[in-house]
Structures are given as C-alpha cells and as structure tokens.
Design a protein around this ligand. Structure first.
Ligand code: ZN
Length: 214
C-alpha cells in the first residue's frame, strides 16, 4: 500500500538554509545535487516557507550576480527557479543577442519545448561553474509552461536571450548543466573572454578555437 509522501525532509532542509542571513551558498559542479534532477513542487513547502525560499533565491541571484538561480544550485531538489535580467549591455549586444530586460519572475514546475527549428549560439556561463564560459547552441524560441509562485498557470513564448535563460534554468531542474550542451572547444576562462571574445556574436571565436556554429 502506498504511504503518503513524507514532505518533512525538504522543508527542514529549506528551513536550515534560511536560518543563515543573506545570500545562500551556491553549489558548484561536481556536487551530485546538480545532477539528480528535482521533484515537482507540490506543496512540499507551505506558502510562507515558499515565499521565504523564493526571496532567498532572489537575494542570492542579485548577490552573485546572475540572471537566474535554480533550486538545486542551493542544494534543494525542487522544480523551482527564479530569473531576472536587467540587461545592462550595450545596444549592439542587445540587438545581436535579443537581450531584452526581463522582470523578476518565479518559475514553478517549468518545462519548455522548441518553437520552430531555428537555433542561436552564444557564450554563456553558470554560477555553478565559476570562472568559465562556453558557446551553447540553443533553441532560438521556446514555449515555456508551468506555474508561478501563486500556482497561476504560465504558458508563454520566449525569444532571444530570455529564451536562453529559460532553457538554462529549466535544464538545471532536469539535472543538466550548460556544459552538457556546449561546444567544448569554445570553453574560455573569464580572463580569455575579457581579452578576446568581447564581440557580440561568437563567429570569431568559432574560427579561432575551431568549433561549429549552427
Ligand atoms: Zn546555471
């Protein structure tokens, strides 16, 4: 006979994390929590605890700073992520990458599917892989479905940089890192990025480092 799922351990883990003030510690690649995937959110945290957890994710994302943080990146195996991108980039980059500002939002149980077959390749990085960036070819447009933190249905099409952020964060919830999808020959340290690959698109990097673009 099935027994009701015990929700206590996850809630306890989150309470423990929230006991400390300020940004939460970010888990780095190599920790199995980033590879195990997540449980669908189904009330494991009561509304007050969920609100506190989401706020802690927001503070953590701002402090990093980053444009998204997924729950496994703070060691919590729940299908929840937050994103926000003020897009503080030059107009040239904004245009080339479709990097338009995204307001703060909470993704609960998100999943995505491609819209059309177009792909876009740019350098991206991850707070769990500090110091490095690599080119990832991703769907140029995706349909994201899921819920927000109030349980309201989310069903929206994203393009450009926001589409990239949604795919990167949702992949975290499936136990994937951007490196799983990256052109590994493009792997560049932050110092190399600053010295060489400041162009708004990765064509020159592709030629010099020897990798394919879609
Ligand atoms: Zn990441």
């Amino acid at each position: 006979m099935a027994t009701p799922r015990d929700h206590a351990p996850l809630a306890e883990r989150v309470e423990e994390l929230l006991a400390a003030e300020g940004p939460l510690p970010i888990v780095a690649a190599g920790d199995p929590v980033l590879r195990r995937g997540t449980e669908r959110f189904d009330g494991q945290l009561d509304p007050a605890l969920l609100a506190r957890f989401v706020e802690a994710l927001r503070v953590t994302m701002h402090a990093a700073p980053g444009v998204g943080v997924a729950a496994p990146q703070v060691g919590v195996e729940l299908r929840i992520a937050v994103i926000e991108d003020p897009a503080p980039v030059p107009d040239e980059v904004r245009l080339a990458r479709g990097r338009v500002p995204q307001p703060f939002r909470v993704l609960v149980n998100p999943s995505y599917e491609p819209v059309g077959s177009q792909r876009a390749a740019y350098f991206e990085g991850c707070l769990s892989v500090p110091g490095w960036q690599a080119v990832v070819a991703r769907h140029a447009q995706v349909r994201l479905t899921g819920e927000d933190e109030q349980g309201r249905a989310l069903d929206e099409v994203f393009t450009g940089w926001p589409a990239r952020i949604m795919q990167h964060e949702t992949d975290h919830l499936d136990g994937m890192l951007y490196l799983d999808r990256a052109e590994l020959r493009s792997l560049s340290s932050n110092a190399s990025m600053a010295e060489r690959w400041t162009q708004s698109t990765p064509e020159e990097a592709a030629k010099e480092l020897g990798f394919e673009l879609p």
